[in-house]
Design a protein around this ligand. Sequence first.
Ligand code: GUN
Length: 301
Amino acid sequence: MTAKVIDGTAAAENVLATVKSATQKLVADTGIQPGIAVIIVGEDPASQSYVRSKGKRAEECGFKSETYRLPADTPEADLLALIDKLNKDDSIHGFLVQLPVPDHIDDGKVIQAVDPDKDVDGFNFVNVGRLVTGQLGEAFVPCTPNGSMVLLRRALGAADLSGLNAVVVGRSNIVGKPMAHLLLAANATVTIAHSRTKDLPGLCRTADILVAAVGRPEMIKADWVKPGACVIDVGINRVPAPEKGEGKYKVVGDVAYDECAEVAGSITPVPGGVGKMTVAMLMASTLASACRKAGVEPPSY
Ligand code: GUN
């Protein structure tokens, strides 16, 4: 079997087009323009690039967009004061602090300081609780697993995963755990696997849906994949690529793509899979926040 390739770039463009048209309608009908703010502390190049892309997409969607670039030595109290200001700003419907923050700042304190109803990252305990208890209509869900679910629904052509076994490899708070709860809410039978799991290849072979979110380049091999399974690769790993020239790098996922694509029924590539969905879903969540405020049903994806 050669797997169907799940095109995350096209899916993300599709989500963004829906957000843009729903934003135009929201503004025309209610006068409410979705507003997003992103805070970055320090100069980490990867974080700077993510933040630029968030601002660019927000403007393309027709949002009010603010970016706060704070120096690396910003006191924690100043960051908390900015969060408090954004919590109270009626023109901002969603905001986030880009992680990681410098060591002298307590990221847990920062996350819990964000108003849960503006926490478009979905990291605040209130949103974790809403997700875990199945109150998805009120929850903000972390963007990467939320986008992975959109890709899964597109690949399988169904929102109801009844009777399907899902294995999530990775137990992070940002991807593995929320992904498992989203799959459970869609009626899949879910197992979370991790570095201490016994016979990981054997367990993965039971999966109709296999989600890899471990951050280990090409760890998942073809003989870990059940024939016909849907494979979602959340990994983004930068590895040396001497074949491209000395000192060159390439980006690979957690799944050995070429060999697994021979066995899977559908699979996300890296790059071009889950990666682009993260920012698209951030826009979708910000729009949803503005829609909630306006008493308007947000689009589904
Ligand atoms: N850093 C890496 N991914 C994320 C994310 O989804 N949200 C935030 N705030 N920071 C991140």
